[in-house]
Design a protein around this ligand. Structure first.
Ligand SMILES: [Zn+2]
Length: 381
């Protein structure tokens, strides 16, 4: 159980409510609850106490331990300054500007639904929530109550600097997401550019790679991949990590498959369809008949056909499929049904030729254009 009184004593009301809203299960078997300040989501007493102590540190003056380590951290000055501004509530979000009688619209430039406050922009905006949950930090930023973004950010940074003394990768992940949200927000506010979560995530990745080059002296030309989970749906990211980043091509794929009766004259039981979209517009579509022995195989073939048809010059793409087996198969070939293993090998080979390639499981509805193409193609005699 939380020591409720201590928490109210040491925290501002919003933060206290946030802490108390963390559910601790009834049958407490050791330290086995979900707890975001820790790498693996496991609660440890250490990080619990850290949270408490750090809350107290909030009252320290500017020259505190936190700021000393922050200014010393191996990060770009522009990152440090942005964070400094957020923590000092000096970030020019629209609520802050309006507070200073500057005439700007009040709504969030990213979603245009809610007033833009630092809390909304960095934590509660749909886009921000998506980014945090897609990050390997697996952060749920939609904390209940009136937690302030400046406390939230500071608490995370303190934790990461404390726990990862030598390895800055979680710190860099956290800051590059904040930074990318801020860039996307400025892009939306000043250039009316609307970016989707995937492209903002790519920006964050790109910044992480730049950081690696600048501060770690390691070459990031090697192909890396990372498995992400977005609200439970499997998602895989392949990246080569070059700097150039374009708005990714969205590739919707679907396979149509039907078991044929023995009486059937035609041998073709399957077809695939795909649809390329960029910036909300369809740029190309395609379909093909094929042979497949299972629905999964037709889905895998759809991905392979689509990725082979990607227009020349495309550097970044996001492939959508409604087949979880295909995405899981790309993550771990051996887990894939045997009839798609060879297809997955080919998909991988092609995927690694791009600057970045994300493959994600989506709902059936999200690939309905490709679905119609595949279904129609299958019916053609
Ligand atoms: Zn918003």
């Amino acid at each position: 159980m939380w020591k409720t009184r201590d928490i109210w004593e040491h925290f501002d009301q919003g933060t206290a409510r946030d802490i108390l809203s963390i559910h601790i299960p009834e049958d407490d078997h050791g330290d086995d609850i979900e707890w975001w300040p820790n790498k693996n989501g496991q609660f440890t007493v250490k990080s619990g106490y850290w949270f408490l102590q750090n809350g107290q540190a909030e009252k320290e003056p500017n020259g505190s331990k936190f700021w000393k380590s922050w200014w010393k951290a191996n990060l770009w000055p522009k990152w440090k300054i942005l964070i400094w501004k957020i923590i000092h509530n000096a970030i020019p979000t629209r609520d802050n500007l309006r507070h200073r009688h500057i005439d700007v619209p009040s709504t969030c430039p990213l979603c245009e639904k809610f007033p833009e406050t630092p809390e909304h922009l960095f934590m509660k905006c749909e886009l921000a929530k998506h980014l945090w949950s897609a990050s390997y930090l697996g952060i749920n930023s939609d904390v209940t109550g009136n937690g302030k973004a400046r406390h939230w950010v500071r608490n995370f940074l303190s934790l990461l600097m404390r726990e990862d003394k030598r390895d800055a990768s979680r710190l860099v992940e956290f800051v590059s997401i904040i930074w990318s949200i801020w860039l996307a927000r400025n892009d939306a506010a000043f250039n009316s550019t609307k970016l989707n979560p995937s492209s903002i995530m790519l920006t964050a990745r790109c910044w992480k790679n730049r950081w690696k080059k600048a501060f770690e002296g390691t070459s990031s030309c090697e192909v890396g991949y990372e498995v992400l989970q977005v609200s439970g749906a499997p998602r895989l990211v392949w990246e080569r990590g070059r700097d150039a980043v374009q708005v990714p091509l969205i590739v919707e794929t679907d396979g149509a498959w039907k078991k044929l009766s023995h009486a059937s004259k035609t041998k073709t039981s399957a077809a695939v369809g795909w649809c390329f979209r960029r910036g909300g517009r369809t740029v190309a579509v395609g379909d093909a008949k094929c042979f497949a022995s299972s629905p999964d195989q037709s889905e895998a073939l759809a991905i392979l056909h689509a990725i082979s048809a990607v227009p020349h010059g495309t550097e970044d793409l996001v492939i959508s499929t409604d087949s979880a087996n295909c995405v899981l198969g790309c993550i771990n070939e051996l887990s894939a049904p045997s009839e798609i293993q060879a297809i997955i090998k080919d998909i991988k080979k092609k995927a690694l030729g791009f600057n970045s390639c994300i493959i994600q499981k989506v709902s059936r509805d999200s690939v309905k254009r490709a679905h119609i193409l595949a279904t129609n193609a299958r019916k053609v005699p």
